[in-house]
Design a protein around this ligand. Structure first.
Ligand code: R5P
Length: 281
């Protein structure tokens, strides 16, 4: 078995290979004179694992090219972060179901696919081979555990992410709640934990994705106003679009962590253990 990777998933690929105890294969990435991508896997095996977060169009294309290069092998594709997953419906006439288009394109040549905390598990049905979604909620919990906080309060920004937050909180048997919005007027909205009080608590907002950081920044500001002792954030996929990281810092968050599904300086949580376990099974 050998592990290969797209250029923007090298760190996670290296960590996964180490956990699996199997070699990484060198992949040469160059460009043809016309600017098109050229790839070559330098060391092949009968079983290939491709680690490919499709964080941008170039990475998605690299994943497609790697799948083709692995033709004839037993190939597992890992999509730690699947781009275009958020357009999972035709919201307006004339629009694509982008998640379906990507799933179809990325199925060709794959024998099985793993995703990590995908936007919506209904997307898995669009893959044309067996596909399974994995969660790294326990890894986020383990990261929070390293902070040795006394009695932290784990919060999801909305009810939809509450199950995920409960998975994080289970690690330390911590209190867990979801934030709830109340409209005060046409322009004023307030947010507070639905069942518990934030006052005097070390709050950690957890979510599957930090996109623009808008939801978390708003929540953090509200929690601090309610007297929270501190507010931190931990998300699986750290996209940080439109200056999202800075927005979170300015909102007063004490710590902002994400995982290596998208490789960033904030990637202090790894998905490699969960991926290696799934591949081994
Ligand atoms: C919603 O479905 C997701 O779980 C996130 O809460 C949301 O996408 C975060 O977006 P943003 O960071 O732009 O507020």
């Amino acid at each position: 078995m050998k592990v290969v990777y797209t250029e923007k998933s090298q760190v996670l690929a290296a960590r996964t290979a180490k956990k699996l105890g199997c070699p990484l294969s060198e992949v040469k990435y160059t460009k043809f004179p016309d600017g098109e991508q050229s790839i070559r896997i330098m060391d092949e095996d009968d079983q290939m694992i491709i680690i490919a977060s499709t964080v941008d169009a170039e990475s998605a294309l690299q994943a497609i090219l790697l799948l083709d290069a692995c033709e004839g092998k037993e190939t597992t594709l890992v999509l730690p972060y699947m781009g275009y997953a958020r357009q999972d419906k035709k919201f307006n006439d004339g629009e694509p179901v982008s998640a379906r288009a990507m799933a179809r394109a990325l199925s060709t040549g794959a024998d099985r696919i793993f995703t990590i905390n995908i936007h919506d598990t209904s997307i898995l049905e669009h893959f044309r081979c067996p596909a399974k979604n994995l969660t790294i909620a326990p890894e986020i919990g383990a990261y929070i555990n390293t902070m040795s906080l006394e009695n932290p309060l784990i919060l999801s920004p909305d009810e939809g992410a509450w199950e995920f937050a409960k998975g994080v909180a289970a690690v330390g048997k911590w209190d867990c709640d979801h934030l709830d919005k109340t409209r005060l007027s046409g322009s004023e909205v307030t947010m507070a934990p639905k069942h518990l009080e934030a006052k005097g608590r070390d709050c950690i907002i957890v979510d599957d994705i930090i996109a623009t950081g808008g939801s978390m920044a708003k929540a953090a500001g509200m929690l601090l106003e309610q007297g929270a002792a501190s507010v931190r954030a931990a998300g699986v996929h750290g996209v940080f679009a439109s200056g999202g990281y800075i927005k979170l810092m300015q909102a007063g968050l004490l710590d902002i962590a994400s995982s290596d599904t998208i490789e960033r300086a904030s990637s202090r949580i790894t998905a490699s253990v969960v991926i290696a376990e799934a591949v081994r099974k």
